[in-house]
Design a protein around this ligand. Structure first.
Ligand code: SIN
Length: 350
């Protein structure tokens, strides 16, 4: 063998020894999974059944044991927060989750948190945590569009990618991240866009943050809006969240829904207006009455994209937040203040 070949073998051995130390158990990040249910924990009668199944049927222990590949990338532990179809997730569960995430991330023994969640309301939980978690450590929320029993189920790979992402230094300080289908998205601007397809979470205004490139997270952008440690919200002592409702406008809409919400003790209204702050004269006057009662009104758009800038200064612009995201921010804003200008400032910053 020629000397150059000996040298190659020595270099190879050196690199191999180095790579062993890179993946030694002591160096792996500690990632804790909080499971809440959803299709990722769902089961159907047979592998070809993709539409009719029971969401939230498998335990966190089953989810972890079904993806043994995670142990190559992290020391994984888990706990069950609830096991629900995400249509049943409540603001009380958001509070429990936020407080548990904050408690876990305070510990030097936890490097990142993964939350498994149904996709229907994943975006609201993600944005709530984006505003209420007080840590720069990675928090990644994932789910699945196909139940665990499905042919070509997407849950296992999403969970593996979420654990890798939560253990990555690059994911720190970027707010709560949504990871499905190999795509890394930010919590503020991302919404579920398709009822069935695995490529459903998109940020239509601003685009995704990055990709999982064969188990390697690659980031290309992040949000400039304040999040996590940068917000004023402290949910540690809250027993509940203010009641905020959404009024969807459409041709021929009247003040019926507004009156009903006020009669049912709403503390804030978000309007999904037509276009850029479009509402009927009757609706406008009903909304002004609401503001005069000291109940803030936020105007968002039902279009799904773009900045919303209503003409009436009595109402708070939702900026680019969708109605459901604006509701989350208004609920948290009302835990701090009732002042219209202060709330409007939060809608500019967050
Ligand atoms: C749910 O949101 O719990 C059901 C739908 C899903 O997870 O994809």
């Amino acid at each position: 063998m020629r000397p150059r070949h000996y040298l190659s073998i020595i270099v190879l051995l050196f690199l191999t020894a180095g790579s062993f130390s890179i993946v030694s158990a002591a160096d792996l990040p500690d990632i804790h999974i909080l499971a809440t249910g959803g299709t990722i924990a769902g089961t159907a009668e047979n592998a070809s059944e993709l539409g009719h199944y029971q969401a939230g049927n498998l335990s966190v222990a089953t989810l972890i044991s079904s993806v043994p590949e995670m142990s190559t990338y992290a020391r994984v532990t888990g706990e069950q927060i609830c096991n629900l179809n995400s249509d049943e997730i409540t603001p009380m569960i958001w509070l429990r989750l936020a407080n548990r995430v904050n408690e876990l991330l305070k510990s030097p023994d936890v490097d990142g948190v993964v939350i498994t969640h149904g996709t229907d309301t994943l975006e609201e939980t993600a944005y709530f945590l984006n505003l209420a978690v007080k840590s720069d450590k990675p928090v990644v929320i994932t789910g699945a569009m196909r139940p665990a029993t499905a042919i070509s189920a997407d849950g296992p790979l999403n969970l593996l990618n979420a654990v890798i992402l939560a253990g990555s230094h690059d994911a720190a300080g970027k707010g709560v991240l949504i990871l499905l289908n190999g795509e890394i998205n930010g919590a503020r601007d991302t919404t579920k866009t398709n009822t069935e397809m695995v490529e459903t979470f998109r940020s239509p205004d601003f685009g995704l943050f990055g990709y999982m490139d064969n188990e390697v997270p690659k980031f290309y952008r992040e949000s400039l809006k304040l999040h996590t440690s940068g917000t004023d919200f402290d949910v540690s002592s809250l027993k509940s969240l203010p009641k905020v409702d959404i009024v969807l406008l459409y041709p021929g809409a009247d003040q019926t829904a507004i009156d009903a919400f006020v009669a049912n003790s709403t503390e804030g209204l978000v309007v999904a207006s037509m276009g850029n702050g479009g509402y009927q004269a009757e609706v406008r006057s009903a909304l002004l009455d609401v503001v005069n009662k000291g109940i803030p009104v936020v105007i968002s758009s039902r279009t799904g994209t773009g900045v919303c800038t209503p003409e009436d200064p009595e109402f708070i612009p939702a900026d680019t937040l969708t109605p459901q995201k604006a509701r989350v921010l208004l609920m948290l804003a009302l835990t701090r203040t009732n002042n219209q200008d202060e709330i409007a400032e939060m809608f500019r910053e967050y």
